[in-house]
Design a protein around this ligand. Structure first.
Ligand SMILES: [Zn+2]
Ligand SMILES: [Zn+2]
Length: 137
């Protein structure tokens, strides 16, 4: 449950930005699903109120703009910025502002749900992964 008394206004606004990014991704995924079900580009375009060309770009051109790890670069970039912003550009373990990166809490880098992403500094991130490896062996 959200505690609105403790949530500053600017943080609420930031989470709206994040929701917007996720909304776009969900919309793209929905388009791809519809296309897989055999819906025509024209029908999808009408449904989402965008051009047929854009639908084609999203559905078939999606892979081309993905990086090797299967993420959309632009989307991932804006998501990182939004998560850093939410976390006040601080490592959430040691409060350092040096060399921040995004960590997937459940170690599944396909799970880009908001509450699975956290800002960590390079050092804490290394420690965390070394620790995990130690546990596994
Ligand atoms: Zn740290
Ligand atoms: Zn990590």
């Amino acid at each position: 449950m959200k505690n609105y008394i403790r949530t500053p206004k600017h943080k609420e606004k930031k989470s709206q930005v994040l929701q917007g990014i996720f909304g776009t991704l969900e919309r793209n995924e929905a388009m791809k699903r519809l296309r897989n079900k055999g819906l025509s580009y024209t029908s999808i375009a009408t449904l989402f109120k965008i051009s047929k060309q854009r639908v084609h770009q999203i559905v078939s051109g999606y892979q081309a703009i993905n990086n090797a790890r299967g993420r959309n670069f632009e989307w991932w970039g804006s998501l990182c910025r939004a998560v850093f912003d939410r976390d006040d550009n601080q490592c959430q373990l040691c409060q350092s502002r040096d060399k921040l990166l995004i960590h997937h809490i459940d170690s599944d880098d396909r799970n880009n749900a908001l509450d699975n992403l956290i800002s960590l500094c390079f050092r804490c991130h290394c420690k965390l992964h070394l620790h995990k490896r130690g546990d596994a062996s």
